[in-house]
Design a protein around this ligand. Structure first.
Ligand code: NAG
Ligand code: NAG
Ligand code: NAG
Ligand code: NAG
Length: 461
């Protein structure tokens, strides 16, 4: 939900000592509002909007800022001189460390002529963002210069100072699912930015002030929600990755609108294959963060399968890793709004899997047998796994897991073989294909380390 981004903003801003006057009562009542709830009043300049570095997709012609205060080139932060050279030509390297000065994860980028300070554009932007924020915290505060405007929901009454709505009632209505008016003009959802959102030609408003902030907002690190994530990672930095793994196992909500949300929701949609049934709407997505040791065991298994099968050299993913669905029993409210804590029940399969991954020793607790023997079953078809997703609690949502699975060399089987306890000789998994006794595909692995839960997806029951 966009609100997850928004709800982090007051924290981010308070860290910068620029938080708006507190607003008792309202904030609590609108945790899920779809529009930005960040304070708008003391508008700090948004340093990121002044970067001349192009984020992917920026400058494509649709990214005009809205209003004179948000033009990409009319820089307010630029007046704080010394904000740094344009990042398209990062400052010459005055630091001898070979690692990126921002993430400290990857080597510095060498363009053939010189070595830059950062590994990537996203790190350059993040470093600039952090740098800009520091300047803001050095007392560079604006008074409330934006003229008072009316409530983003009713458009009738003036906003409560520092908030997009006039009242709790409007905040609540705006957050209710029946409200489909798009994002009324609020403030940019990018961290630390309080510029007004971009107004499209047709009069509707976006969530961000500019295309570069949209890109930033859609690629935020899911741990800190403050800086852009690295390509091929959910995190912006080693610090955030380490912090997450240290705190794992846990689930981290992925904001709606995030590239990762879209990616997972799209897979859910395109793999809903049961004809005559409507694909339910995905409401929430959480990244499952497993502890370091658990990921290490999975990666070791992946390496061994890759060494045998050489999938990567043939243009596939290492170990022929794929994402597959698994539906199971949920006893508690994990994944429902605000519920990110595991329950203590040993029989809540969902919590057990999210916490400690799949466990073959528990095989067959329910049915006592499996079509393809003693294995861990997943499907590429979300609507098939949906059949196995059950709630033992009252909830308007159902849960499904999207897992990373090492398929390796899969043995295609059409007929059941309930006696299997390992893949057939020479194979790493069983691909049960449609046809024979089976209506939809299944993938079976026979070792715990061949699979890890990756996302918890909540959809309309
Ligand atoms: C962008 O802004 C400029 C100047 O404000 C305007 O002339 C132009 O039409 C805008 N482009 C779009 C795509 O909105
Ligand atoms: C170089 O980078 C390291 C690691 O970020 C930092 O600790 C050090 O202070 C930097 N040195 C200079 C001269 O900027
Ligand atoms: C909020 O929504 C309810 C139900 O749709 C409506 O009766 C009420 O008037 C709305 N309140 C405001 C302030 O718009
Ligand atoms: C089941 O699998 C086992 C082990 O691979 C094999 O020996 C056996 O012939 C299979 N049974 C059937 C009915 O395919």
């Amino acid at each position: 939900m966009a609100a997850s981004v928004a709800s982090h903003l007051p924290l981010a801003l308070s860290l910068l000592h620029t938080v708006a006057t507190q607003y008792p009562g309202l904030t609590k009542s609108q945790p899920t509002t779809n529009v930005n709830t960040a304070p708008t009043a003391p508008s700090a300049p948004a340093p990121a909007a002044t970067f001349s570095i192009a984020l992917p997709g920026s400058g494509s012609g649709t990214g005009n800022g809205s209003g004179s205060s948000s033009g990409q080139t009319t820089s307010t932060a630029g007046t704080t001189s010394g904000a740094g050279a344009p990042m398209a030509t990062p400052p010459t390297n005055s630091n001898n460390s070979a690692q990126c000065e921002h993430c400290h994860l990857k080597p510095k980028y060498h363009d053939g002529v010189k070595t830059h300070s950062y590994c990537s554009k996203s790190c350059a932007v993040n470093a600039k963002l952090a740098n800009g924020n520091q300047k803001v915290s050095h007392g560079h505060q604006h008074g409330s210069s934006t003229p008072p405007s009316n409530c983003d929901f009713c458009h009738n009454r003036p906003k409560f100072p520092g908030h997009p709505f006039c009242s709790k009632a409007c905040a609540k209505n705006a957050s209710s699912s029946s409200y489909t008016g798009g994002n009324p003009q609020g403030t940019c959802q990018a961290p630390g930015c309080s510029k007004p959102t971009h107004v499209n030609k047709d009069g509707t408003c976006g969530d961000y002030c500019s295309l570069s902030h949209k890109t930033l907002g859609e690629t935020l690190c899911i741990m800190c929600l403050k800086a852009a994530k690295q390509t091929n990672s959910h995190f912006c930095s080693k610090a955030c990755a380490d912090n997450a793994e240290m705190k794992g196992p846990m689930i981290l909500e992925v904001p709606a609108g995030h590239v990762t949300f879209r990616d997972v929701a799209d897979q859910f949609k395109t793999s809903w294959r049961h004809v005559g049934t409507k694909c339910p709407t995905v409401k929430r997505i959480y990244k499952i963060v497993s502890p370091q040791s658990s990921l290490a065991a999975y990666n070791a298994y992946k390496s061994s399968v890759e060494a045998r099968g050489q999938f990567a050299t043939n243009g596939r993913s290492a170990g022929n890793e794929n994402r597959r669905w698994h539906g199971t029993k949920r006893e508690c409210h994990l994944g429902d709004k605000g519920h990110t804590q595991f329950c203590g029940s040993q029989t809540c399969s969902l919590c057990c899997i999210v916490k400690t991954s799949f466990d073959l020793s528990l095989f067959g607790k329910k049915t006592g047998w499996g079509r393809f023997g003693k294995g861990i079953y997943t499907s590429s078809t979300s609507s098939k796994s949906n059949d196995y997703s059950t709630n033992e609690c009252r909830s308007s949502l159902k849960a499904i897991l999207l897992n990373k699975v090492i398929v390796g060399k899969g043995c295609k089987l059409i007929q059941d073989n309930v006696s299997l306890t390992t893949p057939p000789q020479g194979y790493d998994s069983v691909l049960a294909e449609k046809g024979g006794s089976l209506n939809y595909d299944e993938l079976v692995v026979y070792t715990n380390d061949a699979i890890r839960p990756s996302f918890l997806v909540m959809y309309e029951a």
